[in-house]
Write a protein that binds this ligand. Structure first.
Ligand code: AHR
Length: 511
C-alpha cells in the first residue's frame, strides 16, 4: 500500500526568519574530537597550525555556522589559563570528566584561529563548576578587551593583538547533572549565573549573548522546575536558556526511534512555556530564546568503556558512534523540528563535530570521511536560507508506544524573501512509497514568475543498519530523486519508504 501526503505552502505564512546559527556543532576536549580530529600536527594534511585540512574541508562542506567550545563536561574542570601562552609551558592536567590526560597543546587561541579558517562563529563557555565569576571576567577580558589591562595585554603577548570579540557565551554546562564536576542546585546555579552574567556584561557592554544552563535532558527529575527557578533568578541578565537532547534506540523498533523526534518538539514547546511563565510573572515583554546547544543521536557508543578508558590516556577513542542510515533519518527529522521552531530556537549545536558522536570521522594519521548523519545536516544548512514557512500538511499517521500517534510525513520549507528561492526538506517516516503533492501556488503569488526544481535529492537504503566506514565511505550517499516534477502550481514526487528528501526551488520567468 502506498502513502499519500499533501502540503500547502504560502509565502505569506511565516513562522520566523531562520537564524543560521541553528546549524552549529560542538568541539569538546573529549576523546579524539580535538586531538586527532580538528588538530593533528604531523598529519599529512595538517597546515602550519597543525589543523587537519581534510577535516576543515569537510566542516565547510557540512555548512557549519557556529561551534561551541571547549565543553561539555570537560568545561566544568577547565582552567582557561592552562590553554594559552607558550605551548612548552602549558600544564598537563587530569581531566576528571573523561578520565583523560589533557596536554593543553590546543586552547583558546588555537580554537579561534581554527574557527576563522573554518569560517564559523565561536560559541564559548565559562566554567561555573570548579570556578566562577572571577575567572569568567578574566577570561572575557583576555578574549575581548582591546588592551592596556593585565589579561588583554597577556593575550597580546601571546601573539593576538586584536581582541577575539566572542559574542556568544554559555554560562557553564549541564549544571543540574550529578555527573558534572561541581554540580549545583537550581538555586545555587541561578545565583552564580546571574552574578557571572552581570560582571561579564560590565567587562564587555557591546551586546554579549549569554545562555544559562537548562536541564541536561528532558528526563531529569528536576526538569522544568530547574528552568523556572534558574530563569526566575537570572531572567534579566541572560538571553538564552540551553537545551540538550540525545536520541536513543534500542534497535528493535524503527517506529519508536523515529518517534523520538516528536518528543523534541514537545520539549521545545515546554521550555518556551516555562520561559514565558517567568516573563509573565514579571509582566515582561522580554522573550528568552532557546539555545539547543547539544543534540544528536547517541546510543551505541554509550557503554562504560565508551565513556572512559583506564590509565588516564591522552585523546583516547571515546563516544565514537558509528552512524547508520536510520540514525540519519532521525537527525533529519530533528533538523526539521528545530527549523520549524525558528521563532524561539536561535542557536543549535549538533554534538559533536568529529569522531566524538560526530558527522565526520577520522583515522588518526589517516583518512577522514562523512558519516550518514552528515548528509541531512549539510542539506539543511545548504537549503536553510530565509524565512521558515508555516505549512499545512495532510498526512497519515502511525502508532508508537512512547509517543502516541505521529505523522508519517515531517516537512519544513524555508523561503528566501530576497530571491524567492525555496528549500524544502521532507522526511517520509512511512514504510511504503509516499506520493507527495505540494501546492506551491502561494509561494509565487501574482509575481508572474514560476518555480523550477533546481535539485531534488533522496537519502534512502533498504538496509537501515548500513553505515559509512573507512573501507566503504560512500555506502550511504544522497541520490537524485528523478520523480520530482512541477506541473502548474503543483510539485509532485514519489518519496521512497523511510527516506530523507530535499527539493531546491528557484524562481524564474513564467514561460
Ligand atoms: O557531548 C557529550 C557530553 O554530553 C557533553 O560533554 C555533556 O555536556 C553531555 O552530557
Amino acid at each position: 500500500m502506498s502513502l499519500k501526503a499533501t502540503i500547502t505552502a504560502s509565502r505569506d505564512f511565516v513562522i520566523a526568519p531562520l537564524d543560521r546559527r541553528i546549524f552549529g556543532t560542538f568541539v569538546e576536549h573529549l576523546g579524539r574530537c580535538v586531538y586527532g580530529g580538528i588538530y593533528e600536527p604531523g598529519h599529512k594534511t595538517a597546515d602550519e597550525n597543525g589543523f587537519r585540512q581534510d577535516v576543515l574541508d569537510l566542516t565547510k562542506e557540512l555548512g557549519v555556522t557556529i561551534v561551541r567550545y571547549p565543553g561539555g563536561n570537560f568545561l566544568s574542570g577547565y582552567n582557561w589559563e592552562d590553554g594559552v601562552g607558550p605551548k612548552d609551558q602549558r600544564p598537563v592536567r587530569l581531566d576528571l570528566a573523561w578520565a583523560s590526560t589533557e596536554t593543553n597543546a590546543f586552547g583558546t587561541n588555537e580554537f579561534m584561529v581554527w574557527a576563522k579558517k573554518a569560517e564559523v562563529e565561536p560559541m564559548f563557555a565559562v566554567n561555573l563548576g570548579t570556578r566562577g565569576p572571577d575567572e569568567a571576567r578574566h577570561f572575557l577580558e583576555y578574549c575581548n578587551h582591546p588592551g592596556g589591562t593585565h589579561y588583554s595585554d597577556l593575550r597580546k603577548s601571546h601573539g593576538f593583538p586584536e581582541p577575539h570579540n566572542i559574542k556568544f557565551w554559555c554560562l557553564g554546562n549541564e549544571m543540574d547533572g550529578p555527573w558534572q564536576i561541581c554540580a549545583k542546585t537550581a538555586q545555587e546555579y541561578g545565583r552564580i549565573a546571574q552574578e557571572t552574567a552581570k560582571v561579564m556584561r560590565w567587562v564587555d557592554d557591546s551586546g554579549l549573548e549569554l545562555a544559562a544552563c537548562g536541564s541536561s535532558q528532558r528526563a531529569m527529575p528536576t526538569y522544568a522546575a530547574w528552568e523556572y527557578e534558574v530563569l526566575d533568578t537570572c531572567f534579566d541578565q541572560v538571553d538564552f536558556i540551553s537545551l540538550h537532547a540525545y536520541f536513543r534506540n534500542d534497535g528493535s523498533d524503527i517506529n519508536e526511534f523515529l518517534g523520538e523526534v516528536d518528543n523534541l518538539d514537545v520539549y521545545i514547546k515546554e521550555i518556551v512555556a516555562v520561559a514565558d511563565a517567568v516573563a509573565a510573572k514579571r509582566r515582561s515583554k522580554k522573550r528568552i530564546m532557546l539555545s539547543f546547544d547539544e543534540w544528536n543521536v547517541w546510543y551505541k557508543a554509550h557503554r562504560p568503556e565508551d565513556l572512559k578508558k583506564p590509565g588516564w590516556p591522552e585523546a583516547p577513542p571515546l563516544l565514537e558512534e558509528i552512524y547508520n542510515f536510520e540514525d540519519a533519518l532521525v537527525v533529519g527529522g530533528a533538523l526539521i523540528v528545530l527549523m520549524n521552531n525558528a521563532d524561539r530556537v536561535k542557536t543549535a549545536c549538533l554534538a559533536q563535530l568529529v569522531n566524538v558522536i560526530g558527522p565526520i570521522m577520522t583515522q588518526t594519521g589517516g583518512d577522514a570521511w562523512r558519516q550518514t548523519i552528515f548528509y541531512p545536516f549539510a542539506d539543511a544548512s545548504r537549503l536553510g536560507h530565509g524565512e521558515v514557512l508555516r505549512l499545512k500538511i495532510d498526512t497519515t499517521t502511525f502508532a508508537t508506544k512512547a509517543h502516541g500517534e505521529v505523522p508519517h510525513l515531517l516537512a519544513t520549507a524555508i523561503r528566501d524573501p530576497e530571491t524567492g528561492a525555496v528549500g524544502l526538506m521532507v522526511l517520509n517516516r512511512g514504510q511504503a512509497d509516499m506520493a507527495l503533492d505540494l501546492d506551491i501556488g502561494g509561494l509565487v503569488g501574482d509575481s508572474g514568475e514560476s518555480l523550477t526544481i533546481a535539485s531534488a535529492s533522496e537519502l534512502h537504503d533498504r538496509d537501515l543498519k548500513k553505515a559509512n566506514t573507512q573501507a566503504e565511505p560512500n555506502a550511504i550517499v544522497p541520490a537524485t530523486n528523478v520523480t520530482a516534477k512541477i506541473n502548474g502550481s503543483r510539485l509532485t514526487a514519489t518519496l521512497k519508504p523511510l527516506s530523507w528528501n530535499t527539493f531546491s526551488l528557484t524562481l524564474g520567468n513564467r514561460r
